[in-house]
Design a protein around this ligand. Structure first.
Ligand code: G3I
Length: 375
């Protein structure tokens, strides 16, 4: 066989394979979230290493079909990207940048400054001066490397307590409460053309929101740039705080910044607290894992209604929202299968474990169709 013929056969085989995956996984007529909402806001997903490296063929097809933004679930966190004082592990993040370029997906860097998932060496730093050096080098090195390559950064993540006061993190203790402004100042100079965001969970709740607004005003008053605020959106079935979300959209956008929903998922299993503080855990018990073999239809429908109500609200305020990102591609890949109770079978997203759209997916699409008709 000639070389030309061989290449033609390979190309034919590859395209047949990719066609069958897309039809098996999704059906030809599955709508695309990014297309449906293209005039409203960007649609993102969190991505893990297997997905970034395209080792999961179904995810490799579904992600570019459905999403136009991605946030790395873990690989840009300090513990992974900056494991030793002088050692940076850029390889996984570089792969994500390449993946984004290839698939026309913009990347939201997550996250420069967070008290959690810090490398061991940083936890052990005692002097405030050395800690400041770590803080400065970390932001400068990473933000500079990815300047112009990531679209945006979650510059600081989860710096607030539930009552709106500053969390007593290692950053606060070593650097004082100006550390948030300083992080943005460094990021602004290292990545002048990158969008800079503050990101937190429960910051749609009134007390935490008030703290978040003060924090943003403080950054602005210092003459430092902040472009947006991320509301993570780890919510619970039947308890979506629509009124608080709406008030937050109005109040945050009055500060002249955009709002992003950055880590959206809806927990369907029982939990005795709200939020996403990863240091909180619950004891394992079979009663806490009631649906190991599938979610009953009644709950699928409730999940669909919750997502519909949320997206109706997002559409109403689309002028204030830049992006809605789901925290994971499908239910099987969600962090909520392992937290706060390990080994649960959870159902928080729009795609099921086989990458099939769930009733909630279709309800979200329907919400947009309804919005268009009522316009
Ligand atoms: O990489 C190690 C691996 O080497 C080790 O063998 C394994 C054993 O447990 O752990 C692996 O690390 C895990 C890591 O995810 C990567 O998979 C950690 O244990 C696990 O705790 C970590 O969880 C992540 C969590 O942040 C940690 O803080 C979740 O995947 C990630 O979804 C979650 O994301 C956060 C956002 O960044 C910020 N907002 C809250 C959100 C949910 O907690």
């Amino acid at each position: 066989m000639s070389n030309k013929l061989k290449s033609a056969v390979v190309i034919l085989c590859m395209s047949t394979l990719s066609f069958s995956f897309s039809t098996i996984a999704l059906g030809q007529k599955t709508p695309s979230l990014k297309e449906v909402f293209k005039n409203d806001f960007a649609i993102g997903t969190a991505m893990n290493t297997v997905q970034i490296e395209e080792r999961d063929p179904k995810a490799a097809i579904l992600i570019p079909q459905q999403f136009n933004m991605a946030t790395p679930e873990n690989i840009m966190k300090a513990e992974i990207i900056h494991p030793q004082w002088d050692t940076y592990n850029f390889e996984p993040a570089d792969k994500l940048i390449e993946y984004g370029k290839k698939n026309n997906i913009k990347i939201n860097g997550h996250t420069l400054i967070w008290h959690s998932q810090l490398p061991g060496f940083a936890r052990k730093i005692e002097s405030a001066d050395s800690f400041k050096l770590f803080f400065t080098n970390h932001i400068n090195t990473i933000a500079r490397r990815y300047s112009g390559k990531v679209f945006s950064w979650d510059v600081v993540n989860e710096a607030l307590n539930e009552d709106g006061t500053m969390r007593k993190s290692v950053f606060l203790q070593k650097l004082g409460d100006d550390f948030v402004t300083e992080a943005f100042r460094l990021a602004q100079s290292a990545a002048p053309n990158t969008q800079l965001y503050y990101n937190d969970y429960n910051n749609e709740q009134p007390a935490k929101r008030a703290g978040c607004i003060s924090l943003i005003k403080k950054i602005q008053a210092a003459g430092v740039r902040i472009d947006g605020v991320g509301i993570q959106g780890h919510w619970h079935l039947g308890k979506i705080p629509l009124k608080d979300i709406e008030e937050s959209l109005v109040q945050y956008s009055a500060l002249g910044i955009k709002v992003m929903f950055t880590e959206l998922d809806i927990e369907v299993l029982q939990r005795n607290f709200q939020g996403a503080d990863v240091s909180q855990r619950m004891n394992n018990a079979a009663s806490l894992n009631p649906y190991p073999n599938g979610l009953p239809d009644s709950l699928q429908q409730r999940l669909a209604s919750d997502y519909a109500a949320l997206f109706a609200l997002f559409l109403k305020h689309k002028d204030k929202i830049a992006r809605v990102t789901f925290w994971g591609v499908n239910d099987g890949q969600s962090w909520l299968n392992g937290w706060p109770v390990p080994g649960r079978t959870n159902y928080p997203l729009l795609f099921d474990r086989n990458f099939e759209p769930k009733p909630a997916f279709y309800k979200v699409i329907e919400t947009k169709e309804k919005f268009n008709k009522e316009k």
